[in-house]
Ligand binder design. Structure first.
Ligand code: PEP
Ligand code: MN
Length: 342
């Protein structure tokens, strides 16, 4: 239920409504819009209705949220998009985030070298995996804590905030020391205990769409994080399984405008994992930016032929500046500009 407060509602009236909602065992999420305050009451619908808030001091009207996802719904924010602040860089609204870096942290030279190049080309955030989900249990699974240390060094040197994946909640503490954004990989999209812990941890989350997940399932997964009070969530389309076998996954670009109608959360596109091939990454990136994505997360490596994982899809670092300039133009088509440090 959305409780829309009157434009002239006082702080006391708002707090009184919050207290009544919470007193009924529901959660009250305050959304302070530019003109008015909305309180999202999430919990047992009947309990909330029994509070009879219609006509209470300062309350304008009650609007039921009909979708199964409540806090992710665009309805709750009156269609105003969420704008996240990641270390002074804005993501969402008219801000475009270019998140770039290697698939996995391999060495100091590879990590710092890539970080310098993507920073100079205008990237907003630096990505790199220290804990890698691999199809084969025999494949390299990341440098772990040593990888996190190298990411910290890259951040120290370039100032770029770090996006890195957390696979197992037992690694949360060390990851929190370094990550500005914690990535939840496609294979963990429905790991509900992990999502709940990340909701409690409060650090911004980049939630990737599962290989066969519907948009509603993705939104319901984000709800697990939001429900714990963590409002900094971005969703990521990274390709889904279809009957097509000519490429690795099918990048569902229609998801971008459709999600924008359903949710206020920023939408990021990952062309690298969808394509699995470098030659497709630039055209898909341009399409994603032009269709209105709030950002791209893309893999870059100084020498992709030597990469430990995902070599065929990683952009060549030396070519990244040209790529970034083209993405910037495509983002401008959709009315967005690369976010700079505030
Ligand atoms: C990744 O971003 O490195 C990754 C493994 O992505 P996904 O979870 O989308 O496969
Ligand atoms: Mn990868």
């Amino acid at each position: 239920m959305m409780i829309v407060m009157k434009q002239d509602a006082t702080q006391e009236q708002i707090e009184a409504v919050v207290a009544r909602v919470e007193g009924a065992g529901a959660r009250a999420h305050r959304i302070n819009g530019e003109e008015l305050t909305v309180i999202g009451a999430v919990g047992d619908r009947e309990h909330i209705q029994r509070l009879e808030l219609e006509g209470a001091a300062g309350v304008d009207r009650l609007v039921p949220i009909l979708k199964p996802y409540k806090l992710a719904s665009s309805q709750i924010r009156h269609a105003e998009p969420s704008v996240l602040d990641i270390g002074g860089r804005k993501i969402g609204g008219s801000n475009f985030a270019l998140i770039a870096g290697p698939c996995t942290v391999e060495s100091r030279e590879q990590t710092l070298g890539t970080a310098r190049i993507v920073k100079d080309a205008g990237a907003t955030l630096f990505r790199g995996g220290a804990y890698k989900p691999r199809t084969s249990p025999y494949a390299f699974s990341g440098l772990g804590q040593e990888g996190l240390r190298l990411l910290a060094e890259a951040k120290e040197e370039t100032g770029l905030p770090i996006v890195t994946e957390l696979m197992d909640v037992r690694d949360l503490e060390p990851v929190l020391e370094v990550a500005d954004v914690i990535q939840v990989g496609a294979r963990n999209m429905q790991n509900y205990t992990l999502l709940t812990e990340l909701g409690r941890a409060g650090r911004p989350v980049l939630l990737k769409r599962g290989l066969s997940a519907t948009l509603e399932e993705l939104l319901m997964a984000s709800e697990y994080i939001l429900k714990e009070g963590n409002e900094s969530v971005m969703l990521c389309e990274r390709g889904i399984r279809t009957f097509e076998t000519a490429y690795r996954f099918t990048l569902d670009l229609m998801a971008v405008p459709v999600l924008k109608g359903l949710t206020h959360l920023p939408i990021i596109v990952d062309p690298s994992h969808a394509a699995g091939r470098r030659d497709l990454v630039t055209p898909l990136s341009l399409a994603a930016a032009a269709v209105g994505a709030d950002g791209i997360i893309v893999e870059v490596h100084p020498d992709p032929d030597e990469a430990i994982c995902d070599g065929p899809q990683q952009l060549v670092a030396d070519e990244f500046a040209e790529y970034a300039a083209r993405v910037e133009q495509a983002a401008a088509v959709a009315g967005k500009a690369f976010s700079a440090v505030a």
